[in-house]
Design a protein around this ligand. Structure first.
Ligand code: XIL
Length: 373
């Protein structure tokens, strides 16, 4: 072997060792094993992960998760960008990844005010759609999307974020589902939600159906409104299997009491409770909750995120949250993180269990220890 070749082989070996180390702390226990007797554990997957462009993130998902949600690819804007155009490739890739790695695939989401194109609410002349026409459009979308994944996507976030923190139904000008379908007549106020659940069940009778929202663990009024909504859907004989508490938290919230209130009261309606979008914001100055119009990585980038003190506080907060979840494990079917590692988190900072280099953090080890005790 020539000198040059020897050097090349040696440097390849070094590169390989580096890459292998980068493969997501392969020596640590898998979260899905740690929590195997408690709940499913998962994360939101983005497109680079699913398509093989981010193999380190894919390795974390394959090793640690037994459930996953697509971070964006099944939102209306992505899967149904134009009236007669469905874009299946990204969602199909997500589902294929789940099947290959034996992950329980959750669909997110059928009806939401955000990431929904403007045309959805307008007629061809650009005027606001009538109530009946919007219902037809909603039905068509749900039947088509949930129908396409029938038998493969195991649970759907049917309606996402239909409530305000005050507990009132969300009246959002950008996503006027309630404004057009439900407002004005108290007897019709849940019509946009009720019909979405009816059609999702029609599209895939086997799929579990969920209502998903944020700040349920922060606002009692909002949690009470979600409880009322579940009771209403049940009173109509509709299928609803669970409520998703997104749980976009911060270093100082939610409180233990707030989280317990939500878990107890939602479970009392007889549905499963799931934590669907867990992350903990490390920034001091940042919006609370998960209003997507206020959050972006720039506005939330923070030099303090990586400091030892912040990481310690993050680990403590995760332990506090998981201790509550473990106490309520009989009511909780799943815990899903909103992302895989800090490098690609939607809020920037240092909100997850794996760092910028795909390595498990102090918070990871603290959560594992809490589960094992
Ligand atoms: C976020 C994604 O993570 C971002 O990539 C996207 O730009 C905006 O939406 N609540 C939800 C999720 O239900 O769909 C949102 O996901 C985060 C808040």
């Amino acid at each position: 072997m020539s000198m040059q070749k020897t050097i090349t082989v040696a440097s390849l070996a070094i590169l390989w060792t580096g890459a292998a180390q980068g493969l997501a702390g392969q020596n640590v226990p898998a979260l899905k094993d740690v929590f195997k007797d408690t709940f499913l554990i998962g994360g939101a997957l983005n497109r680079p992960l699913v398509t093989g462009k981010d193999p380190n993130a894919a390795a974390i998902a394959a090793k640690h998760f037994n459930t996953a949600t697509p971070e964006n690819d099944l939102k209306w804007q992505l899967v149904h960008p134009q009236p007669n155009q469905y874009n299946w490739e990204p969602g199909d890739g997500f589902v294929a990844f789940c099947e290959k790695n034996k992950l329980f695939a959750v669909g997110h989401c059928l009806v939401w005010h955000a990431q929904t194109p403007r045309w959805v609410f307008q007629d061809e002349a650009g005027n606001t759609l009538t109530r009946d026409a919007l219902l037809v459009r909603m039905k068509d979308h749900i039947m088509t999307v949930a129908g396409h994944y029938r038998g493969r996507i195991k649970g759907w976030d049917v309606v996402n974020e239909a409530l305000n923190d005050s507990g009132a139904l969300r009246d959002d000008a950008r996503g006027p589902w309630f404004r057009i379908i439900g407002q004005g007549d108290p007897n019709k106020k849940y019509d946009h939600i009720e019909n979405a659940f009816r059609w999702a069940h029609e599209a895939d009778p086997e799929a579990e159906l969920y209502y998903n929202d944020y700040n349920l663990e922060v606002s009692k009024a909002k949690c009470d409104a979600a409880v009322a909504l579940v009771k209403y859907l049940k009173s109509k004989g509709l299928r609803i299997d669970g409520v998703g508490i997104q749980l976009h938290g911060g270093l100082t919230y939610p409180s233990v009491q707030g989280l317990e209130y939500a878990l107890t009261n939602l479970a009392a309606t007889g549905v499963k409770v799931m934590i669907t979008e867990l992350d903990i914001r490390t920034q001091n100055r940042a919006p609370r909750g998960a209003d997507v119009s206020q959050v972006n990585r720039q506005s939330t980038s923070d030099a303090n995120a990586a400091t030892a003190e912040t990481q310690k506080r993050l680990a403590d907060k995760y332990v506090e949250i998981f201790s509550v979840l473990l106490q309520h494990k009989k009511d909780i079917s799943r815990v899903t993180f909103w992302g895989v590692c800090d490098k690609t988190s939607w809020i920037g900072g240092s909100p997850l269990l794996f760092d910028q280099n795909y390595e498990p953090k102090e918070a990871f080890f603290a959560v594992v220890k809490a589960a094992q005790q």
